[in-house]
Design a protein around this ligand. Structure first.
Ligand code: PGA
Length: 251
């Protein structure tokens, strides 16, 4: 049975004091349901968050990393450094990284390799833009993103891959894919993996949905057969909202 996972991507929000405050509130929420719960604070607050949550079931992920392990890359952080402070999970390929920092599938393939080499688990984000959907190319776009960044991996590597399908038009816009649209795409993604790696690998991969998930729509989306959880942006900045989403699986 694949895992239910709810991950909060804090993006460039929360200074040190805000991070401590939100973590205090998250730790008051005792009921984690059956989902693995992950938060991804900014790099500068990552170690503090990791330390503060060491006595809790909430895990901590990084939002990004550089593809090289070390070297003259001013301002960058490597997989090895993340691993060195105890971080086990990294988000790669978020649409904001692709759009604002020009991350390509080819670059992401290198980041994926470096993360796996350093025994990090990856939450790999991908998804189509609005125009792709209007042009009915959304399936092609998503299949290409997966092929280019992940399909060079061998079968075993997939136990460390979590997928996050995030239609770009639904991120931070308040517009969500309907539960049916989410299911349709998640099923397509699982079938795409099955055709390359076989059904067993496809059935074992958790596929999260991301894009304006809120307490009011989480249950409907998470109820779909191929949706195994969510990557949550805005609603992860409030402990009550985030845990309502975490617990959406149980209701
Ligand atoms: P959102 O962000 O929930 O604010 O739409 C999701 C994401 O960017 O992962």
């Amino acid at each position: 049975m694949r895992k239910h996972i709810v991950a909060g991507n804090w993006k460039m929000n929360n200074d040190l004091a805000d991070t401590a405050g939100l973590i205090t509130n998250l730790k008051k929420e005792r009921n984690l349901g059956d989902a693995e719960v992950i938060i991804a604070p900014t790099f500068v607050n990552l170690y503090k968050a990791f330390e503060s949550l060491s006595d809790s079931n909430i895990k901590v992920a990084a939002q990004n990393m550089h593809q090289e392990e070390s070297g003259a890359f001013t301002g960058e952080i490597s997989a090895k450094m993340l691993k060195g402070i105890g971080i086990n999970t990294v988000i790669l390929g978020h649409s904001e990284r692709r759009a604002y920092f020009h991350e390509t599938d080819e670059l992401l393939a290198k980041k994926v390799n470096s993360a796996l080499k350093n025994e990090l688990r990856i939450i790999f984000c991908f998804g189509e833009e609005l125009q792709d959907r209007k042009d009915e190319k959304h399936e092609d776009v998503v299949a290409t993103q997966l092929e280019n960044a992940l399909f060079h991996l061998d079968k075993d590597a997939w136990s460390n891959i979590i997928l996050a399908y995030e239609p770009v038009w639904a991120i931070g816009t308040g517009e969500t894919a309907s539960p049916e649209q989410a299911q349709e795409m998640h099923q397509f993604i699982r079938n795409t993996i099955a055709s390359t790696y076989g059904q067993e690998v496809a059935d074992g991969v958790s596929i999260l949905y991301g894009g304006s998930v809120k307490p009011t729509n989480a249950k409907e989306i998470f109820n779909k057969k191929d949706v195994d959880g969510g990557l949550i942006g805005g609603a992860a900045l409030n402990a009550t909202d985030f845990f309502e989403i975490v617990n959406a699986f149980q209701q």
